[in-house]
Design a binder for this molecule. Sequence first.
Ligand code: ADP
Ligand code: MG
Length: 346
Amino acid sequence: MKHLFKAALAAFVVIAVLSVCGCTADKFEYSDFFAMNTYVSVSAQGADKQILDNIRTAFTEYEKQLSAHYDGSVINSPESSDAESYQNTMILLKQAHSISEATNGAFDFTLGAVTKLWNITGNSPSVPSQNEISEALSHCGYDKISFSDGRFYSSDNKLSIDLGAIAKGYAGDRGMEILKNSGIANASISVGGNVTVIGSSPANLKCGTKGWKVGIKNPFDTSDILGTVNISDATVSVSGSYERYFTQNGKIYHHIFDSTTGYPAESDLISVAVICRDATIADALSTALFVMGYDKAMDFCNSNIYDIGAVFCTADGRVFTTDNIKDDFIPNTNAKLSSSAHIKFN
Ligand code: ADP
Ligand code: MG
């Protein structure tokens, strides 16, 4: 793990600054587009238009295969999907199932009935009745999904798969594969709150040092950062309650659900950043750790079930990191909790 974060101290920057320079023989090329319900940014040294187009096409394809909101997706209409899409989706579903088990349902890829009922990002969301929530929850549960003979089955025909907490990471992994297979050694792909990098940033290449500096947003002021992590060949995935939510009677209802209650998770965290070599795992686990809350999440990281590091920000403005990334997280000591209080770094 240590090795994973041994990127150079002199590295600069947050993804937003990537466009500043391409200083070596091959220039960094950039592509920005909207897919999987979020903004995607690709920067890759020496990429041509065809490679960048391939990534965009691939993302559009993943969205079609994996979306809970598209009737024709593989997860919604498995019987009418082609063999290749089905097999690719199966691989992701198996991984989602295994992470659901490992996190004891903190991450649960079968919460579609609950997420659709709440429809947090819909036009005018409101809190559903307890009866509606209980009914929806009765059609959730990763243990209702099984795999045999190369196919997946659900024991509940009202169960709905929702890969919203893992699909962006998966797309990041696959996108990076496309770049690597094209011979690209230095690149970043940002998919919503997931940033995957290989090699070095333009600035680090200029300085002759390795890695990328990735900024983690301050959830209390999203125009600022909590700090940066130095990584190389890894992903930073952030989950939090501060971006997708609605307010009713003064209470915030966000988009990350507790699979035991059917309500938004009552977490003492406001955001979690997970650092991992695998973007799919990073994405799913950032959601899971958020649901667990700080104490359980820290224990989970320390249990080493997965090789991850994490930066936690609590709802009362304190930041904690796992020991294995202490040397690679550089706090922004000016980060503010409110106009009169600073974030506390532990
Ligand atoms: P974002 O999509 O904003 O990057 P996440 O990766 O944390 O954030 O994924 C949140 C999405 O995952 C929700 O919009 C919903 O579709 C789905 N989801 C919500 N709660 C859970 C959960 N406990 N386990 C798995 N998926 C969830
Ligand atoms: Mg996630």
